[in-house]
Design a protein around this ligand. Structure first.
Ligand SMILES: [Zn+2]
Length: 184
């Protein structure tokens, strides 16, 4: 993913316009790497994790690929599941929150309806169930995010598979000792 531009709206919303990297397009149907067909016509928006007090929206055209097996179809997007209005990272955060708090709390923290928080958590759980691989199988790169919630009174450390963009582990607290739990 490549960031083209960004702008702040008065709501407050940080709008980030992104596009897929050249040569990284995959068919959304069979998952194989394919040549781009065009940049697509429709503009889509995905809610991403907040940046401070700013709501973040990713904005992009939906590129299409020319797949010899599937025809001209929309490319698979690394940032979101097909048909979802939310980025994968946002869904992962929402799912984690609903695991440690009720849906109403998770929804109000993320500024989504509690039903939406529940739907997202269900989708993420189904995806995890469908994946029989251990999160450590084929793991080559991780990223670690330390984030605060409840107005900065509570902190969590989230370890993410950088390549596959999914949460591997989440721990209460931040710092070297907390990250040490992941290395045990
Ligand atoms: Zn295909």
């Amino acid at each position: 993913m490549r960031i083209d531009d960004s702008s702040l709206r008065p709501e407050p919303v940080l709008e980030i316009r992104v596009r897929s990297r050249k040569g990284s397009l995959r068919c959304s149907s069979c998952g194989r790497k394919r040549r781009g067909y065009d940049r697509g016509g429709d503009v889509h928006r995905w809610r991403h994790q907040d940046f401070g007090c700013w709501r973040v929206e990713l904005v992009a055209l939906m590129p299409r690929v020319d797949c010899p097996r599937c025809g001209v179809v929309v490319a698979r997007l690394p940032r979101a599941e097909p048909g979802s209005r939310f980025a994968r990272d946002f869904e992962a955060e929402c799912a984690w929150l609903t695991a440690v708090a009720n849906r109403k709390t998770a929804g109000s923290f993320l500024h989504v309806a509690w039903r939406t928080a529940g739907d997202i958590a269900r989708r993420v759980a189904e995806r995890l169930k469908a994946s029989t691989l251990s999160p450590f199988d084929g793991l080559t790169a991780i990223s670690v995010d330390e984030t605060g919630y409840r107005k900065g009174h509570t902190y969590v450390t989230v370890v993410v598979d950088h390549e596959r963009r999914r949460v591997i582990r989440a721990y209460d607290g931040v710092g070297k000792e907390v990250f040490g739990l992941f290395c045990q």
